[in-house]
Design a protein around this ligand. Structure first.
Ligand SMILES: *Cc1c(COP(=O)(O)O)cnc(C)c1O
Length: 447
């Protein structure tokens, strides 16, 4: 006995660490295997054992199991949050949630192979840029169209393809900042086109444009004032007037619409549509996939056959291309737009923007019944730099606790993001779904 006592005293304490196999036989670990799969659990156990070895400690099995369990349930960095801000296209919260149809399509394409760049009829190489041509033509009246990574990329690509080495004319009233410090003049510079500013901040006349057109001019650029509005003593030529002036000079009018509204919506939203811009004579029109279109992050370019072909053939088109998951989701979203009533019912951004105020109020009442607080009238917004003046009648559940409660809810799982107003926490129900309500209740009940 004395001998074995001594031997144990001198043995490496790490030999006392259980094996992965022994840990896997524990009931609590078996439970983890059911949830996370054997492979992930084994990896987590190995990490826990490795950590114990690095610390030189013979940690007991309980502690190792707990460490593995904690590591497995740690949330990922990018994860879903509950949007209780009342801002529908919230730039910081991932903009547009996708329609179920779009999620399904992206998931199918993600899980397997696809004909992304394969011509099934001909059995040869195809182009990813062809998948949307027909749908975009149908929905906007354009000859042709394609999608790229986002709308900033779409504008950059159009300018690079059409105007590099030449001049682009733009009104001083449209030299806007899109957000997060990205400004139209910066994008223009990257396209290697020279910016020619005309007019003043609030007034630009057709003659201002016409007076600077010369052989070096390659395009007129029009940029929609998406995220602000100018009122009062203002003037700018119509799209049709600008398009006519551009055509008379033999150059295209490029129209950056920003928000990407495709059809006249059943509400107060009054953004220019791609169809109206093309009908007015624009040669290239760009818009976002994840603002009012309600699809994935993407930039859509539609226009005349020859101009779209120039864009498609430009080397930057390869660098700015859309990925297959976004392409799949975008096609499914555009299909929904074929029928405006179906789009309004199925696309979350449009559904939220057009839901009856009574429905939002009823949701706020259900939330207040669950978590306490009072129902208050609020104003929801489209957000995402679209229709800035539009106020949507909304209701929120208002709670005491202000910033402190807001901070706690942001750290719950899933995180809940609301807004704080005059010391109260508002959970705006325009952007909440019924399935979010129990999640909020659970977050509030958590210690
Ligand atoms: C939002 C916006 C952009 C940028 O679109 P992203 O899809 O965010 O890249 C460009 N121009 C206008 C007018 C916009 O409103």
């Amino acid at each position: 006995m004395a001998w074995s006592y001594n031997r144990r005293m001198t043995a490496n304490p790490l030999r006392e660490l259980p094996s992965v196999d022994a840990l896997l036989r524990r009931d609590d670990i078996a439970g983890l295997v059911e949830v996370h799969g054997r492979e992930r659990v084994v990896a987590a156990l190995r990490d826990a054992l490795q950590e114990a070895r690095a610390a030189g400690e013979a940690r007991p099995a309980d502690r190792l199991a707990a460490a593995a369990s904690a590591a497995l349930s740690r949330p990922p960095s990018l994860r879903r949050v509950v949007n209780a801000t009342g801002v529908i296209v919230h730039t910081n919260l991932g903009r547009a949630p996708l329609a179920e149809e779009a999620v399904r399509r992206a998931s199918e394409v993600a899980a397997g192979y696809s004909n992304l760049e394969y011509d099934l009829a001909g059995g040869r190489r195809g182009s990813r840029h062809r998948h949307l041509s027909g749908l975009l033509a149908e929905l906007t009246g354009a000859d042709d169209g394609l999608a790229v990574n986002n709308n900033a990329a779409a504008v950059l690509l159009c300018l690079a393809a059409v105007a590099a080495g030449g001049e682009v004319v733009i009104s001083r009233g449209e030299l806007i900042e899109i957000g997060d410090g990205f400004r139209i003049p910066d994008i223009l510079r990257q396209s290697a086109a020279t910016l020619i500013e005309v007019g003043t901040t609030n007034r630009t006349k057709l003659a201002d444009y016409v007076s600077v057109l010369r052989p070096e001019t390659r395009a007129i650029l029009r940029v929609h004032q998406s995220n602000f509005r100018m009122v009062g003593f203002t003037e700018s030529p119509s799209t049709a007037e600008l398009a006519a002036a551009a055509a008379a000079h033999g150059i295209p009018l490029i129209d950056d619409l920003g928000s990407g509204q495709l059809t006249d919506l059943p509400s107060l939203i009054d953004e220019p549509t791609a169809r109206s811009s093309l009908e007015a004579g624009s040669a290239l029109v760009c818009f976002s996939g994840d603002k009012l279109l309600g699809g994935p992050q993407a930039g859509v370019i539609v226009g005349t056959a020859d101009q779209v072909e120039r864009v498609r053939r430009h080397p930057l088109a390869r660098a700015l291309r859309i990925d297959k998951l976004s392409l799949a989701a975008l096609e499914a979203t555009l299909e929904l737009h074929r029928d405006p009533a179906r789009a309004a019912a199925r696309i979350p951004v449009l559904r939220m923007a057009s839901q009856p105020p009574a429905e939002v109020r009823a949701r706020a009442e259900r939330l207040a019944a669950l978590i306490g607080g009072v129902v208050v009238a609020t104003t929801a917004r489209i957000g995402g730099g679209a229709v800035p003046l539009l106020e949507l009648e909304s209701h929120a559940c208002s709670l005491e606790g202000g910033e402190r409660l807001a901070a706690r809810l942001r750290c719950s799982e899933p995180p809940v993001v609301g807004r704080v107003q005059e010391g109260r926490m508002l959970l705006d129900c325009t952007t909440l779904q019924d399935s979010d309500l129990p999640l909020i209740a659970a977050a509030l009940a958590a210690p």
